[in-house]
Ligand binder design. Structure first.
Ligand code: S6P
Length: 571
């Protein structure tokens, strides 16, 4: 028997709450006023939002399955058993794939899993695909997300010569055409067992038609559901609640992906090589470990708030935030930094991550990418040679390491940084008991850095209420989100909002037939080259003015939130 509900049903669970949006795109009531909160309040709101990851949510009225729901746990057990058997099969492969953060988490897990296999003297059979290739690990490459054909082609090459492939497609919003193309490819080929990871129920999967493709994401997810009973396909899709910043799936979506997949992969590996049984209780115990990591991380909320404050001051003062990390914590830092560009319309130099031993430590498939530009110079040596000489008190430096790292190295670099600025901080991790803490260290670092970078951008005025008001409109999902944001803050129709958005994108006062008939991919390509697209459209709609006038009004404000705030109050 299930226990009685432990918590009140959340507002977002009500069918009347933002009914046109899937969970991953809804706005979270907890953070409605996050743009006006002080640093302690910001961290507290993020803590509350992340706490929703672990809620039981056994409400008869709710349509949502939560992470600890028995049916979710059972799917994890079934999946772990698949991992176990694939590890024992010759000529097999596990491929994880996704776009943006989902691809980055796939990369992190695949490389960590392979290291564990290597330690056990087993074949490294795990690989990853990220839309846009390895460049997308460090920089925002949002456009390839829209191509199902590209996704399928890359998967076809990756599986060459393999007899059995466990394919794990990650799309937090059940929305990325790139992943839909891959899953559909799997459904038509016996070599694959396809798995879909995301955080919406299937009926909320994206139903928008995809260009040059007969299906949409929802149709693919439904086809998978039909095969789930016979265990020919799996869908792991608990609802974990809306993101703290609406649609920013790098936060809860990324954390939930990491926790779910790590639990499943590690359980399969332990069953295959350490004879540990795969049981629902073991799955739940692992999730509870993460829950403790959540509690522990946020028990340091005051210290995190100090870092938010420092990072916010740096960004406001046109300084920078540098994460300098060791091993996988360095990777978590690099990932967090790279995501700020599309999320907040940040500059690529605003927040940067560095890792000891650079690409050698990353172990990414395409190897050293440092010749591709400054954003790809991620080695500590690059930090010492390029950043250190220019470091000032306006910059915030945060070291990320654990007791297992070479503390002499840490000390040496710290003393070099201290010679330039006293604004040096550390997120360090210690051993708790005898458990293997790596996963907890990583998730704890992820939560802390997500809080720091999100909080700092809120302080910089890049967020209005809990919306990314200045996001870069670089793919079809973001295009739709932009129109929705405009509708939310004006009383205008969808057509009016789209028209204003296009005028701002193309920087024209009248839309030509060429623009109107162009595909969304063309619009997003042009939008990638423009700044402040959504704020411009918002001012146009609100003030009934031209693009030129909207841009000039916006120029009076250096802070986007202030501009939106004051212009929205104009009658
Ligand atoms: C989200 C991030 C994006 C997403 C990407 C994939 O904060 O900026 O890059 O990860 O769009 O989304 P999804 O829903 O397919 O996992």
């Amino acid at each position: 028997m299930l226990e009685a509900p432990k918590t009140e049903m959340r507002q977002w669970e009500l069918s009347s709450f933002e009914p046109s949006l899937p969970v991953t795109e809804k706005s979270n009531p907890i953070t409605r006023d996050i743009d006006r909160a002080n640093t302690e309040q910001i961290v507290h709101m993020l803590e509350e939002c992340d706490k929703e990851l672990f809620e039981e949510g056994w409400h008869t009225d709710s349509v949502y399955k939560r992470l600890k729901n028995p049916s979710v746990i059972q799917t994890m057990v079934d999946l772990a058993k698949n991992v176990e058997s694939i590890l024992k099969e010759p000529n097999s492969l596990i491929i994880m794939s996704g776009c943006g953060t989902s691809g980055r988490i796939a990369f992190l897990l695949a490389t960590s899993f392979n290291s564990m296999l290597k330690d056990l003297q087993q074949k490294e059979i795990c690989s990853y695909i990220i839309a846009g290739g390895d460049m997308a690990l460090l920089t925002s490459q949002e456009a390839p997300e829209d191509s199902p054909i590209l996704g399928a082609d890359i998967l076809d090459k990756a599986r060459e010569g393999k007899k059995h492939v466990l394919f794990i497609g990650i799309s937090c919003g059940l929305s990325a055409p790139f992943v839909a193309g891959q899953l559909d490819f799997c459904l038509n080929c016996d070599v694959f067992t396809p798995v879909l990871i995301g955080f919406n129920p299937v009926h909320m999967a994206r139903a928008e038609p995809i260009r040059d493709w007969p299906l949409n994401f929802k149709r693919v997810a439904e086809k998978m559901m039909e095969k789930q009973d016979s265990q020919k396909a799996f869908i792991l899709n608990p609802a974990v609640g809306p993101e703290a910043i609406s649609g920013s799936s790098r936060m809860k979506g990324g954390s939930a992906t990491k926790m779910l997949l790590e639990t499943v992969l590690w359980a399969g590996l332990n069953a295959a090589y350490n004879r540990r049984e795969i049981t629902p209780a073991a799955m739940l115990a692992q999730i509870k470990m993460y829950e403790r990591a959540h509690e522990f991380t946020y028990s340091q909320r005051e210290k995190i708030a100090v870092l938010v404050e420092k990072a916010g001051l740096s960004l406001k003062g046109k300084g920078h935030v540098y994460y300098v990390g060791w091993k996988t914590l360095g990777i978590i830092g690099i990932i967090d930094a790279s995501e700020c560009v599309p999320t907040f319309g940040a500059g690529s130099e605003d927040i940067r991550g560095f890792i000891y031993n650079g690409f050698q430590e990353m172990k990414n498939e395409e190897g050293d990418l440092s010749s591709m530009g400054s954003q790809f110079r991620i080695d500590h040596r690059d930090f010492v040679n390029v950043i250190l000489p220019t470091l000032s008190k306006h910059d915030t430096v945060i070291f990320l390491f654990t007791v297992n790292d070479d503390l002499n190295e840490v000390k040496e670099l710290a003393s070099q940084v201290k010679g330039k600025t006293s604004n040096l901080h550390a997120l360090t991790h210690d051993c708790v008991g005898n458990s293997v803490p790596n996963q907890q260290w990583e998730i704890s670092t992820k939560w802390s850095l997500n809080a720091i970078s999100t909080g700092a951008h809120i302080l910089k005025g890049k967020v209005y209420r809990n919306y990314m008001i200045d996001l870069k409109v670089t793919n079809s999902k973001l295009y739709r989100r932009a129109i929705h944001i405009l509708q939310c803050f004006t009383s205008c129709s969808m057509v009016q909002c789209e028209t204003a958005l296009l005028k701002a994108v193309y920087d024209v006062e009248e839309l030509t037939t060429e623009i109107i008939s162009a595909d969304v991919s063309k619009h997003t390509e042009v939008a990638n080259t423009r700044d402040r697209v959504i704020p411009t459209a918002l001012v146009m709609l609100q003030c009934g003015c031209s693009v030129k006038e909207a841009r000039s009004r916006l120029n009076n404000y250096s802070v986007v939130r202030d501009a939106v705030d004051s212009l929205l109050s104009v009658k």
